[in-house]
Design a protein around this ligand. Sequence first.
Ligand SMILES: [Zn+2]
Length: 129
Amino acid sequence: MTETANLSVRNQTHADIARWTCPHGRHAGDGCVTCYHASASDDPALPQWEVAAWFVSARPMPIRALHDVHRHGRRFALDQPSTPLVFLLSGQVRAATGTEAVAGLVGFLVDNRHIVDDFTVTEIRAVHS
Ligand SMILES: [Zn+2]
């Protein structure tokens, strides 16, 4: 099962928005620090998701920041595909739903502003693994 949302399209329906809103009332694409901390418990009773978030950074990111992610985020990796200022944060998250898994992934960025302080998430994806 794959759930994908392209957030750069403006015509998200109410149903889309509701589907991607976590239990704390945050849209997964905006990230949720509570979901991020909840995912840190790595509860084996919860399903595991392969999650990805593409985002645009307002400023170039030093290569050191990319390595930092792996040190702080353990299960997360930050990659720069080919386009300048476009980054891909991906990893494995245990959470009840794909929405909470993505909210937790993006919540990692929100909680670690020293890595990227100004960003816009353009696409999110959760695959039940
Ligand atoms: Zn949340």
